[in-house]
Design a protein around this ligand. Structure first.
Ligand code: S3P
Length: 443
């Protein structure tokens, strides 16, 4: 069963209720949670995952591995997974439904490409419209067979995996999902598999493969691994998700007198583009208590209200903050000068077409923005007035509209808030905690 109807369900009323104050914990990192389930399932022996993100997306990945015979159980806030080894997955007896998750689907296609059985993947309406050829084409070159809509571009997709041969892939997009799918398939391939990419996409897969005992050959923009390497079960501690923390970083930056501490946030340099950009805009953000959770750097982030100025976002920074553009748009609206985002075509194929969603939905607040083919511009100096906006089925648009509502004049209604549970199930509870009276579920 897919979850299509829930994409447009749920609505919240947002009422500005003064400064955001307090100390909160960001939910577990979504990217790392997916990878932890996948590698723990393919490892020999047991693994534990502490701080696993119990959201729709990550639970879909956990369920898919259960359908392939992997035993997992929750012990308090920890998930224990009994790995079956590289050759231990079994053919699922039903379709694997990845819900809303592009990461779950694309990385799993890499794993399934290496399996000597057939499996079929589907997802919700948003996921079924997202491009998959970026992974099916290189995986087919390694030897996997696919049957899917639009020449293997769209889910549902059936995969018959099997004997793969490693190769060197020059990826046209800087995408961690593409890179990871190929590296995961490379675990099952004969010889070496290498991926070269045009920009610095997040490297959680590489770090976690090493944590599970694999040897990788990593250079700038190229990563290679030898097939057949056995993984060893281990204990993973998942950092807080900087992409979720970003909503609070911007909210506290634009609501006068706010001061928040967000604890245990992952600050892997391939993910911190939003910190660099906000700091260039004049945000008051400091990293405290810097440490590591295994291979991943972590810090507490202190953020205080500060006047912002406009900025131009281009180049590597686009990749390093690829999920943060909806909330960046809110910061840019409140800046004292214009901002531009360029070279961000990828935003067109996220959970929604985020370029048009940003320009049209924030336009309802009276914020002056315009669309570019590869990004958008924001005039700045906005005095948003409360309005009724729609998530368009996209969790990050829903949360960004909510944050904008906290600093707008009057009330805002955000419709289609249900998808927030794909990445940040306690988003509204945390907001209610740090700015009481600001949010109320109305549907
Ligand atoms: C992700 C990679 C990014 C990002 C997504 C999570 C990952 O997608 O947008 O939310 O966990 O690998 P792309 O690889 O398509 O850029």
């Amino acid at each position: 069963m897919t979850t299509d109807t829930s994409l447009s369900q749920g609505a919240y009323k947002i009422t500005p209720a003064g400064p955001l104050k307090g100390t909160i914990q960001a939910p577990g990192d979504k990217s790392i949670s997916h990878r932890a389930v996948m590698l723990a399932s393919l490892a020999n022996g047991a693994s534990t995952i502490e701080g696993f993100l119990e959201s729709g997306d990550c639970v879909a990945t956990l369920r898919a591995f259960q359908q392939m015979g992997i035993h997992s159980e929750r012990v308090g806030h920890t998930i224990r997974i009994d790995g079956a080894g590289l050759r231990g997955l079994r053919e699922p007896d039903d379709v694997l439904d990845m819900g809303n998750s592009g990461t779950g689907a694309r990385l799993l296609l890499g794993v399934l490409a290496g399996q000597p059985f057939a499996s079929t993947l589907t997802g919700d309406e948003s996921l079924r419209s997202r491009p998959m050829r970026r992974v099916t084409e290189p995986l087919a070159r390694m030897g996997a067979q696919f049957i899917g809509r639009e020449n293997n571009e769209k889910l549902p997709l059936t995969v018959r995996g099997g004997s793969l041969t490693g190769f060197e892939y020059e990826s046209p997009v800087a995408s961690a999902q593409v890179k990871s799918a190929i590296l995961l398939a490379g675990l099952f391939a004969d010889g070496e598999t290498a991926v070269r990419e045009p920009g610095p996409s997040r490297d959680h897969t590489e770090r976690m493969l090493e944590t599970f005992g694999a040897t990788l050959d990593r250079e700038d923009r190229r990563c290679a691994l030898r097939g057949g390497q056995e993984l060893k079960g281990c204990d993973v501690n998942v950092p807080g998700d900087i992409s979720s923390a970003a909503f609070f970083l911007v909210a506290a930056s634009i609501v006068p007198d706010s001061e928040l501490v967000i604890q245990d946030v992952g600050v892997n340099p391939t993910r911190t583009g939003i910190l660099d950009v906000l700091c260039d805009m004049g945000a008051d953000i400091t990293l405290e208590n810097e440490r590591a959770y295994g291979a991943e750097p972590v810090a507490d982030l202190r953020v205080r209200y500060a006047p912002l100025q406009g900025v131009r976002v281009v180049g590597d920074r686009v990749v390093r903050m690829i999920d943060e553009f909806p909330i960046f748009a809110v910061a840019a609206a409140f800046a004292s000068s214009p901002s531009t985002v360029e070279e961000a075509h990828e935003l067109r194929v996220k959970e929604s077409d985020r370029i048009s969603a940003i320009v049209e939905e924030f336009g309802r607040f009276g914020i002056e923005m315009s669309e570019r083919e590869d990004g958008f511009t924001v005039a700045g100096n906005a005095a948003p007035r409360g309005c009724a906006g729609s998530s368009r089925g996209d969790h990050r648009i829903a949360m960004s509209l909510t944050v904008c509502g906290l600093a707008a004049r009057g009330e805002t209604i955000v419709r289609g808030t249900a998808p927030i549970s794909t990445s940040f199930p306690n988003f509204f509870d945390l907001l209610q905690q740090i700015t009481p009276g600001s949010v109320e579920g109305i549907e």
